[in-house]
Design a protein around this ligand. Structure first.
Ligand code: F3S
Length: 478
């Protein structure tokens, strides 16, 4: 059988063309090669946990690899098994899940396979799951069908919150979402809720009632949330494939390997950061580290006790350009160590390079999008201060969870933002909603993660600016 050896990690969500099976990840050494029908050797994956659904798409279009051989355990790639694509790793041994509970057998077998591939030390009970791959825009018909098939067969055993949808569940018509898209999205919601998922529809579940404790074992999709809770809280989760989160929610246990074990949570790289203040510089810093050291656990030194929006930015950026599941910051990370065996220094010029790389235009946007990850109370406050006494010159769309929205609505923050002219959507985000189908071509954002995926997934032109620059460029004094 023909073999294809990938010499760099792959982003399953936006690095493969579903219809041709070809690698479309920019700058990938095997760019343009097809996976179809081949034995594909993969070092590991990077980027979104929703990439797990790509295997269903490849199968649907007849472009699936015959087999995947992994170099190191990686939950997202192992999820290919759920789409019927065999995954192997050298030296696997059988690990069984012995539980008294009656659970959905197919998922139990799948988790045993993952445990075997990952050389897991058995299984651990999880206290919560966060499900990624909930938007019709990212999982499509193939994901919708898979979830519909589980509808009357699966009952979740643990708390399971959900990632953003492709639309605001209440005001989707006002957003301009096409009817056909809304029908597909509502079917997905119905399937998930029937299994017992909770309608949080946010990538910041830790701000919406699903807040794990220090050292608690959990199983979360959504790479930004994974990195945030490992790093800022000390909870323990691997970067789980979206389909695997469904399996764990149904079974209640996850294989014990990777970030669940003490010895895998130590920093591997010291990153000496320049003096930075603005949140966008945190995005740029982690984006750069993720790109150049995708599988590392960085310890950032030189940062001045960053607040929640900055910690969120570090988490989202490093997990989107790379596969960073955890970072350390002295006095922030509960398990923070002070040293790593390797060290690099980053300067301001390096950070400016990230902005240059991700931006495709300069001025004249169609739409400003803020809230990747979903806006927190602090970010609303920060925006309200900058926007006070100003009027937007372009359309501003802000994305947050329904929980945070309910806290902000009716307050002075809300009044300032509404007077400025911004609209706030809940349940969705700029990346997982079909902006291109709504006639948008050029977007401006302050998030490197949004910038990356708005280009690769939505095919839009992107301008990356700090929040302050956005307000100065796209609003005027009253
Ligand atoms: Fe969240 Fe969407 Fe960004 S899910 S992390 S706002 S891409």
């Amino acid at each position: 059988m023909t073999e294809l050896r990938l010499t760099a990690p792959i982003s399953w969500l936006d690095g493969i063309d579903h219809r041709t099976g070809k690698i479309v990840q920019k700058d990938h050494p095997q760019y343009g090669e097809s996976l179809a029908g081949k034995v594909v050797y993969v070092p590991h994956s990077i980027g979104s946990t929703v990439g797990a659904y790509t295997f269903f798409a490849l199968r649907k279009y007849g472009m699936a690899p015959a087999k995947i051989v992994l170099e190191e355990p990686d939950s997202i790639t192992i999820s290919a098994e759920l789409a019927g694509i065999p995954v192997e790793i050298k030296g696997a041994r059988e690990v069984k899940l012995e539980i008294a509970e009656e659970v959905y057998e197919e998922f139990k077998r799948y988790l045993e396979k993952e445990a075997s591939i990952s050389d897991a030390r058995g299984f651990v009970k999880v206290s919560s799951v966060h499900i990624s791959g909930v938007s019709y825009a990212t999982i499509g018909e193939y994901g919708k069908e898979w979830l519909a098939n589980l509808k009357n067969k699966v009952n979740f055993r643990v708390v399971a919150t959900t990632n953003p949808l492709g639309m605001d569940l209440v005001r989707w018509r006002e957003m301009g979402i096409p009817d056909k898209f809304a029908r597909g999205q509502l079917d997905i919601v119905e399937s998930l809720l029937s299994m017992g998922a909770l309608p949080s529809f946010t990538c910041t579940p830790y701000l919406s009632g699903n807040l794990p404790r220090y050292a608690e074992h959990i199983s979360w999709g959504e790479s930004s949330a994974v990195s945030y809770v490992n790093s800022a809280i000390g909870a323990r989760t691997n970067r789980e494939g979206g389909t695997k989160t469904i399996a764990v929610a149904a079974v209640g246990y996850t294989p014990l390997y990777g970030m669940h074990l003490d010895e895998n949570r130590n920093p591997s790289l010291e990153v000496v950061a320049p003096e930075i203040r603005d949140t966008i510089e945190y995005y740029e810093l982690a984006y750069l580290v993720g790109q150049e050291h995708p599988n590392s656990i960085p310890i950032y030194t030189g940062l001045k006790e960053p607040n929640l929006p900055k910690l969120k930015a570090l988490a989202a950026a490093g997990a989107s350009s790379g596969s960073i599941e955890m970072y350390h910051i002295p006095k922030v990370t509960p398990e923070a160590k002070t040293r790593a065996s390797k060290s690099i220094s980053v300067n301001k010029k390096d950070l400016a390079g990230v902005r240059e790389e991700l931006s495709t235009f300069d001025g004249g946007t169609d739409l400003v999008v803020l809230g990747c990850p979903h806006m927190s109370l602090q970010e609303f406050k920060e925006l309200a201060i900058l926007a006070k006494g100003r009027k937007a010159l372009k359309t501003f769309w802000l994305y947050t969870s329904r929980t945070i929205l309910s806290l902000v609505e009716g307050t002075s923050i809300w009044a300032a933002i509404r007077n400025f002219g911004a609209k706030v959507w809940a349940d969705t985000c700029m990346v997982v909603s079909p902006l291109e189908e709504m006639g948008i071509k050029k977007v401006t954002t302050n998030s490197t993660k949004a910038a990356k995926y708005l280009r690769s997934l939505r095919g839009l032109d992107v301008e990356l600016l700090s929040l302050r620059e956005i307000i100065e460029r796209y609003s005027r004094r009253e």
